[in-house]
Design a protein around this ligand. Structure first.
Ligand code: SF4
Length: 456
């Protein structure tokens, strides 16, 4: 006999358990099993007054934001609507079936005030990383660093030429994003990263960088920088910067220092692409941090006209001279030139009658070789190139690229919703928290704890 749905929805009493309605293998159950927000109230307590009307529970807002990032709900308006009707989201947020969902406007108020004052997203990020460490997902031996461009919430049509923008005019506009940018003008990740004036500036978000780095049409963007432990691909630090190389390299240094200070993690090897292979950066990695640089060296010394390159000369560190293919010495005066280089010069008495002169210095009386003041560090990186460990690091670097691909395609974070340096930082930190939680849930998921149950 054909069954027919009973359309009578007027039943007065129901027996209903929210927990039973959520399938055990739903992602929210796995997330609930690995996340601990019991410390949030104590952390935020100093930022709330002791009297007045009770605020919306900050733990609830943080849980909702995690749902938003994990399930790629990019607008807070849509997030509130989805939590209203989705039982699994309600269960994860510890809301009963009758509890009211906060209005979307509460999020921007909390984020711009108490959440930023308390730096709660960074605390939460570190808390999640510590959970990953406790679960054995972080090896601490090898890290990989990289950056990816994320489009800013700024349009070319509303931009102005860089030459027409000034701090004084911007100060009059006084939007939050502009105030934040003006406050970061001396920050190495933003204003101080480069003195080059960008071609276009967005008056509504001047920290967003006009960039054509993706080899397509130029656009306004921020750089999302990840420092990743290569054992299981856990993000151990995240930083928002301007979308230019100097800022990204500076962010790598900031993240390595901070990870050591806050989490007690310092790698023995660092994998990165050639953007991080400049001499000063390698010097910092090798000589200051004592980390093995598995980084391709940026080398401009190879000659393509058939004459000897610098690699054809041997550097004698003890005597501080280069030895040429004829066994003659190239000496330096020890003076550092403007480009942070020493100059090693052969004797004209040696080069004049030399049978190899046409292959060495056909247009000058004697051969000259420049040597960067940090060439020792570059030599260390060169010596590691091609080794088994280096090749492993090259493969490990793909973990960072996969995380960025996941961020853009699955989390749909290809364009920022918030403006200003703090807005970008908040979005990148929350996305990194969500990615780490998903990794944690996938690798160490346990049975879900008891949670909100309601009978209506
Ligand atoms: S030209 Fe001078 S530096 Fe070059 S191989 Fe001859 S002696 Fe050495």
């Amino acid at each position: 006999m054909m069954g027919r749905l009973n359309h009578d929805q007027g039943q007065l009493f129901y027996s209903f358990s929210l927990e039973e309605a959520v399938p055990d293998d739903h992602l929210v159950c796995k997330l609930a099993a690995v996340i601990d927000l019991s410390w949030v109230h104590a952390e935020l307590a100093p930022h709330y007054p002791n009297n007045g009307r009770p605020s919306i529970d900050p733990e609830l807002m943080i849980r909702m934001l995690i749902v938003g990032y994990v399930f790629a709900i990019r607008s807070e308006r849509a997030l509130c609507r989805d939590v209203q009707v989705n039982l699994a989201y309600r269960w994860f947020c510890e809301l009963s079936i009758e509890d009211k969902v906060p209005d979307h406007s509460a999020f921007s108020r909390a984020r711009n005030e108490r959440f930023r004052d308390s730096d709660i997203f960074r605390r939460l990020f570190e808390h999640v990383v510590q959970t990953c460490i406790a679960a054995g997902l972080v090896g601490g031996e090898g890290f990989a660093v990289d950056a990816s461009l994320i489009a800013a919430d700024a349009n070319k049509q509303r931009s102005i030429p860089g030459a027409e923008w000034s701090k004084e005019c911007a100060a009059k506009a006084a939007s939050r994003a502009v105030r934040e940018y003006l406050a970061t003008l001396n920050d190495a990740a933003f204003g101080a990263a480069s003195e080059v004036r960008p071609k276009f500036i967005s008056p509504s978000d001047p920290a967003a960088q006009w960039t054509g780095a993706m080899r397509g049409p130029a656009f306004f963007a921020y750089a999302d920088n990840y420092l990743v432990d290569v054992k299981c691909g856990v993000i151990v630090d995240v930083e928002a910067t301007r979308a230019i190389r100097q800022a990204e390299v500076g962010a790598a240094q900031t993240m390595i220092d901070r990870t050591e200070e806050r989490l007690g993690l310092k790698p023995t090897r660092l994998a990165a692409d050639s953007a991080y292979g400049s001499a000063p950066t390698l010097n910092w990695i090798v000589n200051e941090k004592k980390i093995a640089p598995h980084i391709p060296v940026i080398d401009m010394s190879t000659r393509k006209d058939g004459t000897f390159s610098r690699a054809d000369f041997t550097f004698d560190k003890d005597r501080n001279v280069y030895i040429c293919p004829m066994g003659k010495r190239l000496k330096t005066t020890g003076r550092i030139l403007a480009e942070h280089k020493y100059r090693y010069i052969a004797s004209t008495c040696d080069c004049g009658p030399c049978p190899l002169k046409s292959k060495c210095c056909p247009n000058t009386p004697a051969r000259m070789i420049p040597r960067d003041i940090n060439e020792d560090a570059r030599d260390v990186a060169r010596a590691l190139t091609g080794t088994k460990a280096f090749e492993q690091s090259r493969r490990d670097r793909k973990r960072v690229e996969m995380l960025f691909a996941h961020l853009k395609r699955i989390f749909r974070l290809s364009r920022l919703r918030l403006r200003g340096p703090r807005g970008a930082q908040d979005e990148f930190t929350l996305a990194a928290i969500a990615q780490n939680l998903c990794r944690l849930a996938k690798l160490v998921a346990r049975a879900p704890p008891l949670a909100a149950t309601c009978v209506a």
